[in-house]
Design a protein around this ligand. Structure first.
Ligand code: AMP
Length: 114
């Protein structure tokens, strides 16, 4: 299928990724360009281009992503806390048009972000 995003290719196992969690609805893998000692991306298997594209029928899926994250954070040893980021649109730095939640931790995280 032409026009697949890089994350769709990871879901389809066409390119490798360091997968740390998977279930029926989502996949989590380490960011290839980590911005913190632990930096994982959580993505839905169903392709949603961005947070700006979500609709009412996505509520259960988005809730699922949110509930996966604390379990994942414990698995990753992020006991001191972590940050969850969704970049939405070009002005926010979104570079891959497949909804993804950044989960970052393992160092103090400044606020506000850049
Ligand atoms: P964003 O800028 O919010 O769209 O985030 C996209 C993220 O995907 C960036 O942090 C990239 O480093 C990461 N990324 C891009 N390609 C890959 C890949 N093949 N495997 C893992 N992470 C990737």
């Amino acid at each position: 299928m032409p026009g697949k995003t890089i994350f769709q290719k990871i879901i389809d196992r066409e390119i490798p990724a360091d997968i740390v969690f998977e279930d029926e609805h989502c996949l989590a893998f380490r960011d290839v360009n980590p911005q913190a000692p632990t930096h994982v991306l959580v993505i839905p298997k169903r392709a949603i281009p961005s947070l700006d594209a979500v609709v009412d029928s996505d509520q259960t899926l988005l809730g699922h992503l949110a509930t996966v994250i604390p379990t994942l954070a414990r698995q990753l040893g992020l006991s001191d806390g972590y940050r969850v980021v969704i970049n939405c649109g070009p002005a926010a730095g979104q570079t891959v048009d497949h909804l993804h939640l950044h989960v970052m931790g393992g160092r103090p995280l400044d606020w506000p972000p850049g």
